[in-house]
Design a binder for this molecule. Structure first.
Ligand SMILES: *[C@@H]1O[C@H](CO)[C@@H](O)[C@H](O)[C@H]1NC(C)=O
Length: 324
């Protein structure tokens, strides 16, 4: 994008010697200025936000689902060059990791894939959450022994094949849960972006988890007593599973009723929209592409703002006695 495209210098005549102007001249000047400023206002309204890239004005209906995750407006390109600027925050009981601070490097055990770990046990979590940017002819590695994995496609398309030789094509909004020690490979011929969750499976007697493949739009809407948001869960709620992934939708202006404080931990990726996330005593403006770590018991609350639906994806540990 050429920088010249978004210049917004209004063409206001320079005022010199204004002290010497007669009252009549001042009045004329006032009129002229009003008209000039008025037309500048219209110009700004038509042009959109002057300093922002043209992507802001693009018709979002023509874009693929979740395109904002990999094309956030508040990170590159127009804020990339602002020295030292980031919205990212890292505190004892929460973190906000925004796209301008993502650091990608080759993922160990994967081929042609760059990864950015957004949440890891060094923060206090018992899981990892990372973005995997697969390139041409890329292939996943396996998680360590005893570790389960969930992949969710946010851009592009991949094929997941398991040890039995069964393959599933996974498009944007599709996901696969792989139980611990299930051999599998995720392959991509072109670029694709996944968000991946992994944790050491917490085994309890007589229960075992199985491979699950699905997509958000095929999951039923669930009851949310006392709340207005729409909820889907990507995994069964049975005791076989020690975590779940919630997909939560809010229309602009909707917010969580409960100001939650609980033992569960969360990893969140905002897939669509904008809003305010409260974490502890801090209130963060957030938008699609932002990731959040919530430690157990951090006070948490969300309000959706902006003009479009907010949708986020939320890891939550469930079904296990916390003393285990
Ligand atoms: C491999 O995938 C197929 C198709 O989804 C599934 O039926 C089968 O159970 C999977 N194999 C294992 C060992 O989980």
């Amino acid at each position: 994008m050429s920088p010249g495209k978004h210049t917004c210098k209004p063409n206001i005549p320079t005022i010199s010697n204004s002290n010497n102007l007669s009252k009549m001249q001042s009045f004329h000047l006032f009129l002229l200025l009003s008209i000039t400023l008025g037309s500048v206002k219209i110009g700004v309204a038509q042009e959109g936000f002057c300093s922002a890239p043209s992507i802001l004005n693009a018709d979002s209906n023509s874009r693929p689902l979740y395109w904002k995750v990999t094309n956030p407006t508040l990170s590159p390109p127009h804020l990339q060059d602002l020295p030292g600027f980031t919205r990212s925050v890292y505190k004892r009981d929460h973190a906000l990791i925004t796209p301008e601070s993502h650091v990608f490097s080759p993922l160990p055990d994967w081929t042609n894939t760059l990864g950015a770990f957004l949440i890891t046990p060094e923060m206090g979590s018992h899981f990892v959450m990372y973005l995997a940017k697969m390139q041409e002819n890329s292939i996943s590695g396996l998680p360590p022994s005893g570790v389960e994995r969930l992949i969710f496609v946010v851009a592009g398309e991949v094929v997941m094949t398991n040890v039995s030789g069964s393959s599933h094509k996974l498009k944007v909004d599709s996901y696969a849960y792989l139980p611990p020690n299930l051999e599998h490979a995720v392959k991509s011929d072109a670029s694709a972006t996944l968000v991946v969750f992994e944790r050491r499976y917490s085994k309890i007697e007589n229960y075992v988890s199985h491979q699950i493949v699905g997509s958000t739009d095929r999951q039923p809407l669930l009851e949310t007593p006392g709340e207005v948001f729409e909820l889907r869960k990507l995994l069964p709620t049975s005791l076989d599973y020690d975590f779940n992934i919630h997909i939560m939708d809010f229309q602009p202006g909707e917010f969580l009723n409960v100001k939650e404080v609980h033992y569960n931990q969360h990893g969140l990726l905002l897939l669509e929209g904008q809003g305010i996330y409260r974490l502890g005593d801090s209130w963060y403006p957030v938008e699609a592409g932002d990731a959040i770590w919530m430690a157990p018991f951090v006070p948490q609350w969300y309000a959706a703002l902006g003009k479009t639906r907010s949708r986020y994806l939320l890891y939550k540990d469930v079904n296990r006695n916390p003393i285990l």
